[in-house]
Every structure is written in structure tokens, then in C-alpha cells.
Ligand binder design. Sequence first.
Ligand SMILES: Cc1cc2nc3c(=O)[nH]c(=O)nc-3n(C[C@H](O)[C@H](O)[C@H](O)COP(=O)(O)O)c2cc1C
Length: 346
Amino acid sequence: MTSSIKTEICDLLGIKYPVIQAGMGPHNTVNLAIAVSNSGAMGTVSIPGMSLGPIKATEKFREFLHTVKAHTMNNFAVNTPVGENVPENVFKTSEAYVNTVIEEKEKDPELKKRLKLFITSAGNPARYVRKIKDAGMLHFHVVASAYHAKKVEKLGLDGVIASGYEAGGHTHLPERTIHTFILIPQVVEAVKIPVIAAGGECDAKTFVAALALGAKGVQMGTRFIATKESELHQNYKEFIDKAGEWSDIVVPGVYGPLRCLKNRGTEDIIKIVESRSLSEEDLAKYKDEQLLLSQKDGDMERGLVASGQVASRINDVPSVSEVIESIMRESTVLVQKMQKRIDKHE
Ligand SMILES: Cc1cc2nc3c(=O)[nH]c(=O)nc-3n(C[C@H](O)[C@H](O)[C@H](O)COP(=O)(O)O)c2cc1C
């Protein structure tokens, strides 16, 4: 049996290990969420995109929720960005996602029991807190500063996921960047609710570091993309596997800047945004399509390959349980080694 590190979020979320798989819309993370939840951590269902429109989007999302429910007996989570300064279609779609989760939970006793956690991101969760709590779910929100963590705590949320600038996908505004190493202790000191660290975690070293900074667990995105079970294209996984220092770049995304791996797709998006050749709504659609080009077609040249800077530290494509078990196994050894080093003044 793997020796393990437990924190308060294990009991709160009903999971064995304090690890959350990040929501990674518009990519399908159904298989990934099943594998993560079956491995004792928290799997998360991601949204199928913002440009499908509320009806198509929620049909798919509903199917995702029920598939995960059917293939794990453990708890799982759902993630929806709830940004406000977005095209109307995007705003309506995120609203429809939240309503769908609540409705499905209401109807289905198994979802009611095991769809434990709602993770919102990319905006102000205020208009959804009551709904989510009344549905009996725990509600965490992704924040990028202690300032926003305090606001979220005041709203009555159950936890925050503090995401550093190095994170994959949507990240901080250029004038407001804070890296994980600075952000986590700052947020931990600012709030009383549990803080989960996101951005840059991939192994025992970064997991132990996150706990040392005061986090109660980690949320990992990029590490989980490059696993056997994740349904992202094999080329996507290999692109992450091969990425080195300076492979990543921040380009304009739907909710602000988006961290991706450099390719023709990132060059194209920069040119399109600079030339203002597309309306806001068409641009949001174009970005979703380019992201899906890399996930479904494995087009690593023209597609957008959202990824964290941590890609440079990922050099394999193991199974989900190998990722989680090795973090747990090696973390306890690492803590003992650190103590020995300190005792011996090494
Ligand atoms: C491909 C990709 C898509 C993402 N999509 C979402 C999303 O839909 N909602 C969200 O809250 N965060 C999203 N994120 C951010 C992740 O949830 C997570 O916070 C981030 O990946 C953590 O950093 P890491 O990649 O260094 O682990 C995405 C990240 C990636 C890499």
C-alpha cells in the first residue's frame, strides 16, 4: 500500500489523496476524470467549450457527467469558467452549464451523492454561490491573487484554488502576474478557507513544496494531460513530453491571456488579434476551434496547445495511477530526506 500524505481536504471532499485534476475545457476529460477518481484523487469534468451555444453545449456536458458517474464509484468534480466580460453567447453558455449541473444533480441520487465539488473560474462567482450551495455542493473558485481570495471567502465559498502565472490555459493579466511561489503563501495568509495550489505542480517535489507554502493540496492540469488515460491526442501528449525551457508563450485567450506551447497556431492568433479582423464572438469561436484542432486532430502546427510552463519538467506519459501513487510514495520519502539533510547540515 502507498504511504500517503493526508490533509483536511481529503475529508472535506471525500478523497484519499489531496490532488485535484484540473478542469481543462474545451477538451474532453471524461476518461481522465474517471481514471483520477478511481485512483483516489478528485477527477474533474471539463466543459466542452463556450462557442457551441447553450443547447448543444449542455447536451454534451450532461452526457459527460453521466459517463463519469457510471464509471467511478468515487467522488468527482465539475469545472466551469464564469467570466463576465465576454461575448453574450459565452456568458449564456456558462450560465447554462451551471444550471445543467444543478438540474442533473437534483434528478439523480448518485450525482447528488458523488458530484461533490463545483469549481468555478475566470470571473466573479457571486451570482452562482447560492445556487451551488443549495444544490448541496462544495464550491471552490480559482483565484490569482490574495485580494480575490479574500473576496471569494467573504462570499461564503468553501475553498480557493490559487493559480500561479506559470499555469497552463488562462492565466494572469500582464500587469498582474504573480508566480506560484509568491502567490500561495500570500493567499494562505489572507484567508481561513482551504487553499489548493495550481500552476507548476507535477511531482513529489512540487507537491511537498505546495504543502510547505501552506496549501492543503494541489490541482494539476498539464501533468494529467500527458497520461495514458487522458483523451487528448497522442501528439499533444508527446508535444508536452518534448517541450523544454522557453517552449511556452502567452497569447490572447477568451478570458484574457492564455498559456500555450509555441507553434504556428500561437503566431497566427497573435496576428489575428493584432489585425482585429474578427469580431469578439468569432474570435472566441476561432480559439475554441484551434484548441480542439490539437486535441482531436493532433495538429501540433496549427492548433493551439494550451499547456503550463511545467511542460519542460514532464518527460514521460505514465498512467494516472502511476502519477498519483509516485507523488504520494515519493513525498513521504522526500520529507524524511529533508529532515535528515537538516539534521546533518548537508
Ligand atoms: C488545456 C488546458 C485547458 C484549460 N481549461 C480550463 C478550464 O476550462 N477551466 C479552468 O478553470 N481552468 C482551465 N485550465 C487551467 C487548469 O484548470 C489548471 O488550473 C492549470 O492547468 C494548472 O496549471 P498546470 O498546467 O501547471 O498544472 C486549463 C489548462 C489547460 C492546460
